[in-house]
Design a protein around this ligand. Structure first.
Ligand code: COA
Length: 207
């Protein structure tokens, strides 16, 4: 059996205490480290998958639904507000001091202070295996596709396609990871290439 260290035991104890305090946190086998401020309002759902780690000083407010998948890693200082719905897929990697919001202050009425205009919410989805670089801001209504990469310091205002690398303010796609493309693989010529390789191999074999 692997030796238990204080570094492993302390976050586990803290997670147990947090869960005792916030009965609405669901899931098991995850760790939330020191300094977390978590508010889960009555009727809200906060679900966390196994082997997920949320490092120090996270601030998480859930008034709607927050689902964080398994094996997610959120570095220090995550700020996450789920008034309506935020979903984070399995194995998503989040750099330090990332903000994720599914709400904007409403501000259409010129006769009322913004303070009194309430909020407009739109769900946020970060699909599995995406990586959100440090100090990024993810805004309401955005879907970050499977395996996408968001560069450090980006402000994500629009959807990012799967496998895309997006950087800057606002975040723009600058490239795609190898094996991903702007179209699904079958439409992006991957099958054609595979067939071509198969033919080439067959030809070589038949020589
Ligand atoms: C995006 C990133 C992954 C690099 O991806 P890449 O595909 O290797 O991109 P490149 O380095 O080839 O850069 C492509 C272009 O985007 C620009 N760029 C790269 N990262 C950028 C960023 N974070 N913000 C703005 N522009 C950026 C480059 O300057 C380059 O522009 P150019 O073509 O005009 O010269 C990396 O720059 C980054 O931001 N990493 C995040 C690190 C981090 O947060 N770590 C925390 C660990 S959890």
């Amino acid at each position: 059996m692997p030796k238990l260290t204080a570094q492993m035991v302390r976050p586990a104890c803290r997670t147990v205490l947090l869960r005792a305090r916030h009965r609405r946190i669901r899931g098991s086998g995850f760790l939330i480290h020191r300094g977390a401020e978590i508010v889960v309002e009555p009727g809200a759902t906060f679900w966390v998958g196994a082997s997920t780690q949320i490092l120090r000083d996270a601030t998480i407010t859930v008034q709607g639904t927050l689902r964080i998948g398994s094996k997610v890693f959120a570095n220090r200082g995550l700020y996450l507000s789920a008034r309506h719905s935020v979903e984070i897929g399995d194995r998503v990697q989040i750099g330090e001091y990332v903000s994720i919001h599914d709400e904007n202050h409403a501000f259409d009425n010129p006769d009322l202070p913004i303070l009194h205009q309430g909020f407009v919410t739109e769900p946020v989805v970060i699909e599995e295996d995406a990586w959100v670089g440090s100090h990024s801001v993810v805004l309401p209504g955005v879907r970050i596709g499977e395996g996408a990469v968001v560069g450090a310091g980006a402000v994500v205002t629009r959807d990012i396609p799967r496998g895309a690398v997006a950087v800057g303010v606002p975040a723009r796609v600058v490239s795609y990871r190898p094996g991903f493309g702007p179209l699904p693989p079958e439409e992006a010529g991957v099958e054609v290439e595979a067939a071509h390789v198969a033919t080439a191999n067959t030809m070589r074999l038949s020589l």
